[in-house]
Design a binder for this molecule. Structure first.
Ligand code: BTN
Length: 256
């Protein structure tokens, strides 16, 4: 891991930026710092990752030119509520992308992906650590955005901002600054009024809502209609025959 000394990034004082050049994964850097007591709002950003991690144990291709960061958060909430921050981060990423790029078709794929023209441009990895008494100690919110390049062999078809027409002058730094502003404003709304507004905003642009989908869960794959998102960020799926399933973890795809 090498420290980057010459980075001019403007973030709100609520964030403490740790700018790095090359790391294995910003999740690992963030975990070490969180265990050492790093404050809420510490943001670990790296130009490249040599062992970037995605959801479901996958790798996250992390060459230079894309955006990789992990935010350390210590919200005063129950671990179950912390999942709401994944949706808030997705909204902030979507709005950040919309603010730096020409008009793009931004949608959100459950749980926390950002799609451009129905292809994945950004993903979010949440990892939390609870104290012995069950309270949340810290939440690691890892975000990866395909700014310049994207993998051709992803589980869900991928894209990048550049591929979707964003000029090469738009950098990952500009995107990080925009994310930091939108995220802070969503978090403040969340702290004041709860999850309702973010949930509505997310649902208004949710991919596959009302459509038949395939849900790949840790132990099974099921099909049904994507009906709703509950207060805990669970997906409500209506199975054939009308039975409703509440899904906490998994991924969704168009029916195979
Ligand atoms: C997904 O599978 O959609 C989640 C991808 C999360 C990738 C980001 S990049 C920054 C942070 N460091 C990692 O190793 N992973 C997350």
């Amino acid at each position: 891991m090498t420290q980057n000394e010459n980075t001019d990034i403007r973030l709100h004082p609520a964030y403490r930026l740790v700018a790095l050049d090359s790391v294995t994964s910003t999740m690992e850097e963030a975990r070490k710092r969180a265990e050492d007591g790093a404050e809420d709002g510490t943001l670990i950003w790296a130009r490249e990752q040599t062992a970037g991690r995605g959801r479901m144990g996958r790798t996250w291709a992390s060459p230079r030119g894309n955006l990789y960061f992990t935010l350390i958060l210590r919200p005063d909430c129950a671990p179950a509520q912390a999942a709401q921050l994944g949706f808030i981060a997705a909204l902030a990423l979507g709005e950040a992308i919309g603010s730096v790029a020409p008009p793009l078709d931004v949608t959100y794929k459950w749980p926390n992906d950002v799609l451009l023209s129905n292809r994945k441009a950004a993903g979010i990895l949440l990892e939390s650590h609870a104290l012995a008494d069950g309270h949340l100690d810290y939440l690691l919110l890892g975000c990866g955005v395909n700014v310049g390049t994207f993998p051709k062999d992803a589980a869900f078809p991928a894209t990048s901002l550049r591929y979707e027409g964003t000029p090469a002058t738009v950098t990952e730094v500009e995107l990080l600054e925009a994310f930091s502003r939108f995220f802070l404003s969503w978090v403040n709304r969340w702290l004041e009024d709860g999850f309702a507004r973010a949930r509505t905003a997310w649902l208004d642009h949710a991919a596959f809502r009302g459509e038949r989908i395939e849900a790949r869960l840790p132990k099974e794959t099921i099909n049904g209609i994507f009906k709703d998102l509950d207060e805990d960020g669970h997906l409500l799926l209506e199975l054939e025959g009308g039975e409703e399933r509440r899904i906490a973890a998994g991924e969704i795809f168009p029916p195979g």
